[in-house]
Design a protein around this ligand. Structure first.
Ligand SMILES: [Zn+2]
Length: 207
């Protein structure tokens, strides 16, 4: 009888040991999974600056050579190679909110010829630094403080043919400049100068 008791006792210990080990392994697997998830999240740690970002780049993509004669926009007052992408909102009557694509520091916020309201923010994306230029925003809606966080509203697109956009159409000019200085140029005269900018499409849609 006592042998049977001892056997049952040992059996119970064995079963609970196996059960505990199982729980421990499960926990470890969950830990590993969440670790992988957080790494993935860090690599793609950007948000699009406006809704329908990709679909609305219909007229001026990155690097296009614009001349007054051949421009998709008529009449055209600019010429040169386009340093960013233009995201078109001429058909949208409502306010178009512009978001910070990543955490960053505001380097410029105000009114500039050719843009109307413009805000330039230094971001770190995939361990590289960029000066992001967000052009043609209503200057009255621009944030001016130093730090921004990813996804934070930084302004609202300006109205077409007004001082808000310096008489441009309702669109966002979005560029990622590689240099360390405050460079707001929308166009460059020589094609190889484009190497100071990166095509935002590569950052947002290369995966
Ligand atoms: Zn542009």
């Amino acid at each position: 009888m006592s042998r049977l008791l001892l056997f049952s006792f040992l059996l119970i210990i064995l079963i609970s040991a196996v059960y505990t080990l199982q729980l421990y392994l499960d926990d470890n697997i969950i830990d590993q999974k969440s670790e992988i998830k957080s790494i993935e999240k860090e690599e793609t740690s950007i948000v699009e600056p406006v809704k329908d970002f990709k679909a609305r780049i219909t007229k001026k993509p990155f690097g296009i050579l614009i001349t007054p004669e051949t421009s998709p926009i008529q009449p055209e007052r600019f010429s040169g190679y386009h340093t960013g992408v233009d995201v078109e909102y001429g058909d949208v009557k409502d306010d178009v909110v512009v978001l910070a694509v990543a955490d960053g520091l505001v380097k410029y916020s105000g009114w500039v010829v050719g843009y109307g309201g413009v805000i330039a923010i230094r971001h770190q994306i995939n361990n590289k630094e960029y000066l992001a230029v967000y052009g043609h925003l209503n200057p009255a809606t621009l944030i001016t403080k130093g730090k921004v966080i990813k996804g934070e509203q930084i302004g609202i697109l300006g109205q077409e043919n007004s001082t808000e956009t310096d008489n441009e159409r309702k669109h966002l000019h979005f560029a990622l400049y590689i240099g360390k200085d405050l460079n707001l140029k929308g166009y460059v005269e020589v094609q190889n100068q484009l190497s100071d900018w990166i095509n935002p499409m590569i950052i947002f849609f290369s995966k």
